[in-house]
Design a protein around this ligand. Structure first.
Ligand code: AN7
Length: 354
């Protein structure tokens, strides 16, 4: 029998800046599926694989960086941890903090967190502080708290988060046996694009792979500071996870774009929601809106004729669809609204079978 997956720290420890005696605080994160998409492959006339990060323990890629951040915090003797979040960071942080016996403090923009993510933080026993402000304000507050009080900051401005998140690139290259030609992902606070690029670069430098992918990042049009080249004071998008106007890893993201010969562009909310629906209906992969942003970008680029045929392309979908069912149901079709009696003919009629 193959050995069970041990979580990203034990699977990739030699690639991480941990001494051997640092204990891994883990929920078995990583090892997520890389699913071939016939639909997207046909659209781009190449081979497209979807990295399904919603399969992580708390339903998003954040778990990769949180196992490393919480393990480091414990090793350094921290008793409490703080983060700002649009939802997924807090869902992940509170889970790992609970496991490690640390007190979690969460700062979120008031009324702008998807219900599923809020429920996660609640169930993990966090102190949740809702702030009259946006994510960027929450991050400023978290930094202030960590500076003046004995709490460890576990946002992705903490470099150990990036170290954990880079393992997604390793997994992709391990499964493909090489680096893809192009990697596509959503961009919010820009930690993940930074992490993916770092992982691909390290694998090539060590000779595990012989090339690096171009990196294409996509922001939501209402929250696209990197594309516009200026801070967006009041970011707005249906993809609440990436409603961020002043990304902390802005320069690192530009670096990933430029060094890889890639691009960072934006897509409209309608394109994000359409990509989310199609991914669910065509491939059986249900993601939250922000997570569909990379797919939306890939579709737009293909429609514009910007993708040469024959490429191997990987796309990260970052978080599970169940986190934000309100948005999903707000765009539901008519079928959900049909209510019938217990009658086969009526069921057949409604289902369009006759
Ligand atoms: C589903 O949880 O910033 O560019 O506070 O939840 O690394 O920020 C979430 C970000 C993409 C963007 N997809 O990643 C938070 C938070 C989903 C996300 C992103 C986020 P980054």
């Amino acid at each position: 029998m193959a050995r069970p997956w041990r979580g990203v720290i034990e699977e990739y420890r030699e690639w991480l800046p941990f001494d051997d005696d640092v204990k891994a605080q883990t929920l078995g994160e990583g090892g997520t599926p890389l699913v071939h998409s016939a639909w997207l492959s046909q659209v781009v006339r190449g081979d497209v694989y979807v990295k399904v990060e919603g399969q992580n323990p708390t339903g998003s890629f954040k778990d990769r960086g949180m196992t490393t951040a919480i393990s480091a915090a414990v090793a350094q003797g921290a008793k409490a941890v703080v983060c700002a979040s649009t939802g997924n960071t807090s869902a992940s942080m509170t889970a790992y903090a609970a496991r490690a016996g640390l007190t979690p403090i969460v700062l979120v923009p008031h009324g702008r967190i998807a219900a599923g993510k809020m429920a996660q933080a609640v169930m993990h026993g966090a102190d949740i502080i809702q702030v009259r402000g946006n994510f960027d304000d929450c991050l400023d507050l978290s930094r202030g708290l960590a500076k003046e009080y004995p709490v460890a900051l576990v946002n992705s401005v903490n470099p150990i988060r990036i170290e954990g998140q880079k393992t997604a690139s390793f997994e992709i290259a391990d499964v493909l046996g090489q680096a893809p030609d192009l990697h596509v992902l959503p961009v919010g606070n820009a930690g993940n694009i930074t992490a993916y690029w770092k992982g691909f670069v390290e694998y090539e430098a060590a000779g595990v792979t012989t090339s690096r992918p171009r990196i294409w990042g996509f922001q939501a049009a209402g929250a696209a500071p990197i594309v516009l080249g200026r801070v967006v004071p009041e970011p707005d998008t249906v993809a609440t996870a990436i409603r961020i106007g002043n990304p902390a890893s802005w320069t690192f993201a530009e670096n990933a774009r430029d060094e890889s010969g890639g691009r960072i562009d934006m897509v409209q909310d309608e394109q994000i929601l359409a990509a989310q629906r199609e991914l669910g209906a065509r491939e059986g992969i249900f993601v939250e809106p922000a997570s569909a942003t990379g797919v939306a970008g890939l579709l737009a680029a293909a429609a514009a004729g910007e993708i040469e045929p024959g490429l191997t392309i990987t796309v990260t979908v970052t978080g599970h669809g169940l986190k934000d069912i309100d948005t999903a149901m707000a765009h539901r079709g008519d079928l959900v609204d049909a209510v019938i009696d217990v009658d086969v003919d009526a069921a057949a009629e409604t289902a369009g079978l006759r």
